[in-house]
Design a binder for this molecule. Structure first.
Ligand code: BTN
Length: 321
């Protein structure tokens, strides 16, 4: 109902309570209550005796009705669960993904304005204050589990594209899941899943983008290696627009992946490959290996050339330097 009221206010800016009541088939008191709800969501609406209700400004919040308005995807973001505060959107998305049969469809989003227990890779904490974009996408791809690393790569390409389209800034991908600007992390991706031997039950892709966060707000231990889009571009970014562009790009690349057209995505990914040609150390969990990052293969694995010339494939790991 608040969505309908917004639609009329956006069309005309000012609409009388009487007209709204007529259009929506509700009483003027019910209209008033819906207006109060919108005000609670930080929409600025004035009421004038002659003009009626006037929409003065919209909030800078990632509200579903704001994101969905003008979103040109087919299914990504068609259903959005929005929270002013959440422990972790990935955690919530994983709970929801278990309820696929109850209508939690592919492309459902969980969005939080801030997270009290944001999760990073390898059990790390993810700093998630207001001003960032913290969202998780629920997917049910009919692909073999070996495709999971490719979903992270697809997401990374979509983020890089969205950053370029919204801010003109070039960013790079640090394999497998970090997006960097000038060597500093601006976004992290956390892909979680449930799979059996040969099928994927669900995938949750969590994306954390440091959008409008002031540098001094980052915890000291990560300040030197973290950056926000606002800082680099010198102005606040329109988070709703960013989210829309990202979701559109994501759906495009994810569709290609589902058609198993990965080579074109990989080609693009390599254009943004931060680590290519660098000498790095990779923590593979059971051991740390050193070598030159020479490629990414068709499965999304990092190919490292060790000092003795041996090439090794790393499916999962963390680059230390
Ligand atoms: C990393 O670089 O370690 C991955 C960070 C992923 C953070 C995002 S924010 C949205 C989603 N919810 C979470 O709790 N984590 C991911």
């Amino acid at each position: 109902m608040t969505g309908d009221i917004l639609k009329y206010l956006r069309e005309k800016e000012c609409v009388s309570g009487e007209v709204l009541a007529q259009k929506l088939g509700i009483s003027r008191v019910a209209v008033w209550k819906q207006i109060q709800k919108l005000k609670d969501m930080e929409y600025k609406i004035t009421s004038d005796q002659n003009l009626g209700y006037c929409l003065v400004s919209r909030p800078d919040l990632l509200l579903p009705q704001e994101i969905q308005r003008g979103l040109s995807t087919n299914y990504i973001g068609k259903e959005i669960f929005y929270f002013p505060e959440l422990k972790s959107s990935n955690r919530m998305a994983k709970e929801k993904a278990l309820h696929r049969a109850e209508g939690i469809g592919e492309g459902t989003l969980i969005i939080a304005e801030r997270q009290s227990g944001g999760k990073g890779r390898l059990g790390r904490k993810w700093f998630s204050p207001a001003g960032g974009i913290w969202l998780s996408i629920i997917l049910y791809p009919q692909l073999p589990p070996s495709y999971i690393p490719r979903i992270t790569l697809v997401t990374a390409v979509a983020v890089v594209k969205a950053i370029k389209m919204c801010t003109q800034i070039k960013s790079q991908i640090k394999w497998p899941n970090d997006i960097l600007i000038n060597e500093k992390k601006v976004c992290g991706i956390l892909t979680e899943m449930s799979a059996e031997l040969d099928i994927i039950n669900w995938v949750v892709v969590g994306i954390g983008i440091n959008a409008n966060i002031d540098h001094q707000k980052f915890p000291e231990d990560i300040q030197a290696k973290t950056v926000s889009l606002k800082e680099v571009s010198g102005k606040e970014i329109l988070r709703v627009r960013f989210a829309q562009i990202f979701l559109q790009e994501f759906e495009k690349y994810y569709e290609s992946l589902k058609r198993r057209e990965f080579s074109s995505i990989l080609k693009e990914w390599k254009l943004y490959f931060h680590t290519l040609g660098r000498k790095i150390r990779v923590d593979m969990g059971e051991r740390i290996v050193t070598g030159e990052a020479v490629n990414i293969n068709e499965n999304g694995a990092l190919i490292l050339k060790k000092e003795d010339g041996e090439l090794i494939k790393i499916i999962s790991g963390t680059i230390l330097k």
